[in-house]
Design a protein around this ligand. Sequence first.
Ligand code: IVH
Length: 677
Amino acid sequence: MEKDRENIKLKIEKMRGELQRHNYYYYEKNESLISDVEYDMLLKKLEKLEKENPEYKVINSPTSIVGGGIKDSKFGKVTHKKSMLSLANTYNLGDLEDFDGRVKRILSKENEEKEDIGIDYVLELKLDGISISIHYEDGRLIQAVTRGDGKVGEDVTENIMQIKSIPKYLKESVSIEVRGEIVLPLTEFRSLNKKRLESEEEVFANPRNAAGGTLRQKDANIVGERNLDAYIYYLADSEELGFQTHIQSIKYLEELGFKTTKIFELCKTIEYLETRIKYWEEKRNKLDYETDGLVIKVNNLSLYEILGATTKAPRWAISYKFPAKQVTTKLNGVTWQVGRTGKVTPVAELEAVEVSGSIVRRASLHNYDEVLRKDIKIGDTVFIEKAAEIIPQVIKPVKELREGTEEEIIPPINCPVCNSILEKEEGLVNLKCMNPHCKAKLQGKMEYFISRDAMNIIGGAKIVEKFIELGFLKEISDFYELYLKKDELEKLDNLGRKSIEKLLVSIEESKKLDYSKTLYALGIPFVGKFLGGLLSKESKNIDNLEKMEVEELLAIDGVGEKVAQSVYGYFRDENNIKILEKLKEAKVNFQLEEVDQGSHLEEFIGKTFLATGKLTHFKRQEIKDIVEKLGGTNISGVSKKLDYLIVGEKPGSKLKKAEELGTVKILTEEEFLELTK
Ligand code: IVH
């Protein structure tokens, strides 16, 4: 009898394991090893067995959990089973030698050995992100918790589910806790901040803030869009699981499907560590994630218990922090800049200084509240930093260096460009110029309208400025009436017939652009490239979008209250209605072109493309536009995910990598053209 019970238990467990494996392939690899019917039959069989033998039912059986769904417990507090400790920081080799000495002292005491013992250390990168603890039961992700205060963290499971590199199902049906770091890759960080700048939203100070802010988003869809990444570096209870070394446990994590940095170097001596520190200090600038130092860990897991921990940090690991990229300089003054939407922001005028290889003279101060919060004064010596090499920022003043002559930064009452009285929007920290005719706003609006991602009209800030000055451009729709003034334009200094002709041709060409681009170009507050694309797809044409009520806009996945109100308000503004009328009269495209359902459908839909080398027939952007139009996706790197590589002259390393992979189809520009026909 006992034996029969044991057999049933084993059978149930085996079936769970099997279903688990199918879930893994289905959700992680988009592959089905069996048909849906077979899967369902197996599931039904297990349900029956569990019903007949309730003592063997577990809460996270594949029978009680549907697909990727997990119950919403947004940001509930969770106590860590094992505290999430911090790491002791060191900044020089001497400190590392002390650490090595301490480890050896504790261990030799334990073994009553007098002579020097050899210890294997593992050197890895210290990722500058948000630490996370992820729990799996029987191979299935059940909960993810932030570090919090080390004892109690926040449940961010639903948001974590959106991160592609975190497996939702493991390759083995194991119950484990792993820890790692959530980071925003630098490429993603740059494009996110670029988008935010364009829509005049506050930029993130650094990738870590952006990762943290994203992880705490109420809307999980936004988390999905931001392309966070996760690197795992720790398997809790790895000794109990039978591993002898940290390296072994990392290998196992990789086998289970976790992403690691792959940088785990075995070091036997502090001297060797020194050479590697030098190496990584250089090399770290080439990575697509931020690292603020290295972590040195004892490799032998059996020593962890002997070495123990303080209340804050384990004694088997230590971090070596790289010198900060920050530099100090003098804040000579503050100018106030007026953006396209009228937002007035303070800009620091600095004494020129070199940061990460370039000279910085100006830096962002974000907004007046931030100036107050950081207590920055004119004349201060300030720390500045380049966040992921984009926008230099003032971090904080060095108060110890104050001489008493420093001056308060006083926000302006009038617009620095048009002199109208500024307003402070309710609930927002920004000062705003409300004058619709303010030259700075006009200039910003026009430059945005003609920019590459918008109407892609040639010309630049200078031409726009001149045309505004001459009264040719009062509204964006005036671009389409410039041809009427051709003779006048041709007579302008420094321009000439040829360049005016080119400009008019490119204005004409812009009428044919995708609806998503024209929508973006309108400059509706908060509607950047992504939302331009989304709203164009959802509305199909501008007449539909104009009619949408706030509720209808809110019903679109990815549109929140702020955006819905902004779009609704835009189309009900009298001036905007007039501009739109004119744009429509000029025949600017406000209609979604359906994806061509032609024969090349399968070559493009769901496929990924990348162009490399010097192209002779296309501009790089043209290829991207064609790919998107036909339903494909553009990606930026060569990996197994890439389907087509279009090669121009001197293709270089991308072609080599694609050839090595063997899975990428390689096309000449002519072959690509064929594919589109
Ligand atoms: S091990 C018990 N390894 O740094 C020690 N931590 O300053 C567990 N961190 O809270 C951490 N990279 O969030 C470890 N390769 C790495 C790391 C790393 C970044 C973070 C982690 C920790 C913080 C301590």
